[in-house]
Write a protein of this length. Structure first.
Length: 395
């Protein structure tokens, strides 16, 4: 009985520490702190998450975070035939491994039969669309916008509308209630990105120029016409910490989290980094507190420094990116010394959130996990002591 209790305690630790993770690449084996970690503190938090995710596809890689080691092991087991992929969950997980390891074309071959076996499973269709888009096969990439359209057609507008037969699978991915809505919103913006990239590739193949700008994922519909955001002030110029009010209206309240989710799905995409830098610069307008505003501008500058031009095409927007980075750099150099808040360094404070409330929440989370861990370890030690006494009495 004591042994069963101790094992239960250890399982409780596992539940608290490694919840199922989600992404446009969907898995049930990633942890939240690896792959579902949005933050408006780029330098102290999200940068580390992003850097670790980038190592998964790079061979050889200087960094060896746990997520890379796990993906390498799972790929090896899958290729050796050791992994027995029987369930939908197993097959979806392995396709995620292939996508993140830069083998999206192989993932399409794993996922294509699943779309026939599960024609109404929007998660399967989403992953299939992503695999096609990231594939090095031009014909497959061309199909990805239509696959995303099919995904959104199947994806219910809210969790309450999910069919009962699909709910266990959706719950296994942690996509419930607000999480469900958040990821559907991310899929909507992913569809806009994919459609734009495929359109640009078509223009390039025809020898026609495409506008060198951020992906038009944030838009406003005016008289039936889509008006994408322009990250400029009222004079049409880039300005540190400000964009025109009319443009700012096009940004949803969760704009940072949306772009960061897209980067979690595609960590090697430099153009998404550009979008994230623009968004951080724009949200500096959201607060009246000078130190928080300056922190957002500093983050924008740090993100621009992460970009390795010339992005996706030869010299793509190189002058524009360099110009904005220089303006931000000059602005940052003239800022007063930064005042770091302990709550911000925890990495998950959203706009206008009270730092003290965030700190209290993190304290309770740490206390809970620590308490459960200590309880389980104590039970395990007690069981070991009882086992030792029993064997000694037997002798």
């Amino acid at each position: 009985m004591l042994r069963q209790i101790s094992i239960f305690g250890l399982l409780m630790v596992f539940v608290f520490v490694t919840q199922p993770a989600q992404a446009g690449i969907y898995t049930t084996f990633d942890t939240d702190h690896e792959i579902k970690a949005y933050s408006r503190d780029f330098r102290n938090f999200f940068k580390r998450i992003h850097d670790e995710l980038k190592t998964v596809a790079v061979d050889p890689s200087e960094g060896q975070p746990p997520i890379r080691k796990r993906y390498l092991m799972m790929e090896m087991l899958g290729r050796s035939g050791t992994g027995n992929l029987k369930t939908l969950e197993d097959k979806l997980n392995y396709s995620a491994v292939l996508i993140r390891r830069g083998k999206a074309y192989e993932a399409t071959q794993q996922l294509m039969p699943l779309t026939r076996e599960h024609p109404e499973n929007f998660i399967v269709w989403s992953q299939f669309a992503m695999a096609n888009f990231l594939s090095n096969n031009a014909d497959f990439r061309k199909k990805s916008p239509e696959l995303m359209t099919q995904t959104l057609k199947l994806w219910p507008t809210n969790y309450a509308l999910v069919k009962e037969e699909l709910k266990p699978f959706v719950i296994s991915l942690g996509l419930v209630e607000t999480e469900f809505d958040r990821f559907r919103a991310a899929e909507v913006h992913l569809e806009r990105l994919i459609r734009n990239r495929v359109r640009e590739a078509r223009l390039e193949a025809q020898g026609k120029p495409a506008e060198e700008t951020v992906d038009p994922i944030f838009v406003e519909i005016i008289d039936g016409e889509r008006k994408p955001i322009r990250y400029v002030n009222n004079k049409g110029l880039f300005e540190p910490g400000k964009i025109a009010d009319e443009e700012k209206k096009k940004l949803p309240s969760q704009s940072v989290e949306i772009v960061e989710q897209l980067l979690i799905w595609m960590p090697g995409d430099q153009r998404l980094l550009w979008q994230l830098a623009e968004v951080f610069n724009a949200i500096a307008m959201d607060t009246q507190k000078e130190d928080q505003k300056n922190r957002a501008i500093r983050d924008a500058y740090a993100i621009f420094n992460e970009i390795d031009p010339p992005l996706n095409r030869t010299r793509f927007a190189l002058k524009e990116i360099q110009s904005r980075k220089e303006k931000l750099g000059e602005f940052v150099r003239n800022l007063p010394p930064e005042q770091l808040l302990a709550a911000v360094q925890l990495g998950n404070i959203l706009k206008d959130e009270d730092p003290s409330a965030a700190a209290r929440r993190e304290w309770w989370r740490t206390l809970t996990v620590g308490g459960v861990t200590g309880f389980a370890v104590g039970l395990f030690a007690l069981w070991q002591l009882q086992e030792f006494r029993r064997r000694r009495q037997g002798r």
